[in-house]
Design a protein around this ligand. Structure first.
Ligand SMILES: Nc1nc2c(ncn2[C@@H]2O[C@H](COP(=O)(O)OP(=O)(O)OP(=O)(O)O)[C@@H](O)[C@H]2O)c(=O)[nH]1
Ligand SMILES: [Mg+2]
Length: 317
């Protein structure tokens, strides 16, 4: 029998693993009761540190997340992992060996691992990810780590809602660094040069430093560069230190407050847009009507602005 929402949320707030798993499933399948559950647990959020791990496919993000998780577990912290990554071992897309190497995490009740499919997510990936972050937070997880490859609008929206984002680079990227610099510089709070057991890690670090000096030399926060060998759990204390410093900076500069407000703004606006579109298409306008309007725009019978204005006019906007 399905537990009622009140029972579920009170068990979740006590940190019960099963209640958390059930709650997350409800959010993922957009269960009608999910919003009540989220409303009841929301007041208990705001304690977890929300970290992002972003980088190209194969950079070692999942391995790094696993190594960080083990590091935080030794310090007695509970860690939630959300993998927004189609090929992650967490999502089952990777070779079985990876998953076996992470077996200890899958059986640890102080670790909660959830993967989110990047495509075709019911009701928006960013919204669901943020809701799952909230549930983990409310359930008393100290740290929530979100892994993404960092491409696509949905993912960027996810990254914008974390507190500290680690961009993972690997030695020998050369031209790649040039190519990614535009988008990635703004979202990096800390750089991890992973696979530092390979040649060229120092050169990559120098390249990143040079690029940063070009971008903004007067910035209040200059992202530290940490060398890691995730597969050997090396550099974790240094990475943790860099992240702690960033956390201190966020708090003392008032940036934490600003980011939290931004996170709230993005989330409220995502709901507004979604709900508004739902009301408009499938509500005021049938799907067929809407498609006809789109066809009219395509056939130059009207134009995008005009079509939108006419539709909004019908709902009194
Ligand atoms: N030599 C070396 N290999 C590593 C290191 N960290 C990870 N790897 C290996 O790199 C490969 C990719 O690691 P993943 O952790 O799956 O990388 P990822 O960035 O999560 O990959 P995607 O999720 O597919 O984007 C695996 O075979 C890891 O064992 C490292 O520090 N040094
Ligand atoms: Mg991965």
């Amino acid at each position: 029998m399905r537990p009622d929402v009140a029972t579920l949320s009170s068990e979740l707030l006590q940190g019960k693993y099963r209640a958390l798993a059930q709650s997350i499933s409800m959010v993922e399948r957009d269960d009608p009761a999910a919003s009540q559950l989220l409303a009841e647990t929301y007041p208990a959020t705001g304690r977890a540190r929300i970290l992002g791990i972003t980088g190209s496919p194969g950079a070692g993000k999942s391995t790094l997340v696993a190594a960080m998780t083990r590091f935080y577990r030794k310090a007695g912290k509970r860690v939630g992992i959300i993998a927004v990554d189609p090929t992650s071992p967490f999502t089952g897309g990777a070779i079985l060996g990876d998953r076996i190497r992470m077996q200890d995490l899958y059986t640890d009740r102080g670790v909660f691992i959830r993967s989110m499919a990047t495509r075709g997510f019911l009701g928006g990936l960013a919204r669901a990810t943020n809701d799952v972050v909230d549930l983990l937070d409310a359930a008393g997880f100290d740290i929530v780590i979100v892994e993404t490859v960092g491409v696509g609008q949905d993912e960027v929206e996810v990254i914008r809602t974390v507190q500290s984002n680690v961009v993972v680079l690997v030695p020998g990227m050369g031209d790649d660094i040039q190519a990614i610099k535009a988008g990635i510089m703004e979202i990096a709070d800390v750089f991890a040069i992973n696979k530092a057991d390979r040649p060229g890690a120092d050169r990559t670090a120098t390249e990143v430093m040079m690029m940063m000096s070009l971008v903004d030399e007067h910035a209040e926060w200059i992202p530290p560069i940490v060398k890691t060998v995730a597969s050997q759990a090396k550099g974790m204390a240094e990475l943790d230190e860099a992240l702690s410093k960033h956390n201190d900076y966020l708090v003392s500069s008032g940036e934490m407050q600003r980011r939290s407000l931004e996170r709230v703004r993005i989330r409220v606006e995502t709901h507004l847009k979604e709900r508004f579109m739902e009301k408009l298409v499938g509500g005021t306008f049938s799907a067929e009507e809407y498609n006809r309007i789109l066809d009219d725009v395509l056939d130059k019978k009207t134009n995008p602005h005009g079509a939108a204005a006419a539709m909004l006019g019908r709902v009194g906007f």
